[in-house]
Design a protein around this ligand. Sequence first.
Ligand SMILES: Cc1ncc(COP(=O)(O)O)c(C=O)c1O
Length: 474
Amino acid sequence: MDVGPPALCTSFPAMESYLIHVNGKTSPPSILDVHVSLNGGKGPSLGKGKNRKAHWAVRASEMSKRTFNPIRAIVDSMKVEPNHQKPLISLSIGDPTVFGNLPPDDEVIQAMKEALDSGQYNGYAPSVGYLSCREVVAGYYTCPEAPLEAQDVILTSGCSQAIELALAVLANPGQNILVPRPGFSLYKTLAQSLGIEVKFYNLLPEKSWEIDLKQMESLVDDKTACLIVNNPSNPCGSVFSKSHLQKILAVASRQCVPILADEIYADMVFEDCKYESLAKLSTNVPILSCGGLAKRWLVPGWRMGWILIHDRREIFGKEIRDGLLRLSQRILGPCTVVQGALSRILRQTSPEFYHNTLSFLKSNADLCYDALSTVCGLQPVRPSGAMYLMVGIQMEHFPEFENDVEFTERLIAEQSVFCLPATVSIFIRKRVMGGPGSYWSPGSCTWQRRGTRLGSTFPGPLLLSWPPPAFPLL
Ligand SMILES: Cc1ncc(COP(=O)(O)O)c(C=O)c1O
């Protein structure tokens, strides 16, 4: 029945009146029975329409079913107990804050407290971030070769959202993107859920994980929407040289493919190495550079990221800028308190903080590399930056293991050392952040597998092209 005024019907002078319907019962409605009709109750009565559902049928959407995190799938399927005689050394956690041995700079903490105490950052900001914060980020990254202004910056909820927005604005379902292998698994997770095909280009361990440019270029077709370049790399810990970056740009330029540069580890390189941003070297290739506070400032939980739009030839133009603006409106931008702290974080974090963090990472990287190099059958690739180290495994030295997952499981069971199996990103990786009471941990190792449990997700041809003995045919 329709329940009219005065009990359950309200009308507003400036608005169409509405009635609250109760499903055919005279008893007082429970909350679930109440429906609001904006057409004054003149539409078909509820429950009698042609399209009425006969049963409850609430299903997860197709998009949610296409969304798959390989790390979770692998880790969750590993059923093994650590050795209780030994303390657990977890080398599989990608969060630098977990063990408390890499605290953020005091300035960063004070900046956040100040922003909170000011009471000025409790409301909504524009969906692309406060203009003043965008100015600060632009000012931090601008350089004569790749100038940036506030309008070229979009603030996001972590670098993950920056990557999601960049992908969503550049690619339609049915198009494809080129993604590094081994690489950060999020690219595939996001692309698949957006209906975008992923094509893998190879990184070459024998060349310090440089891109196999020929193979990469061979993947480009008329449906290629963008090329993802991650430098410095997760999981390789590699840092591309200037000349290699120029060659990547040459491919993109020749093929007219824009670049999504995942530069979340920008400037996190060890002292004997130099970081160059792709945008600084690009003369014509349009680039969306994704970054954030998570790694360099060691506050991943604060979820502050950004997209820097580099488009000197106006190839992206208004089209892509407007698209990013529209997409940013889906969730109204990142946390405003962190935005309030951003200026102080970027301008006043002490140089010693950056220096100390990097020397800590480097000494752990060296320690891991040196130790692993002495193990017969293991072949670490020395990292030059970021927080990871990859290790090749010569499977003939470990005949008792069928694959990387088994190897990882045994490492847990015997030594209580928890690594990620390489199935996640094809190879062994090792984080080198140091751990509680132990110089070695946490880091993560993932071991190259020869099984085919996830063969369709990580197809084999790449492995076949890798030279034995360091990286065996599996
Ligand atoms: C290569 C790479 N890109 C992006 C991200 C996501 O960063 P955020 O935590 O800011 O979303 C990570 C996090 O581990 C990463 O390793």
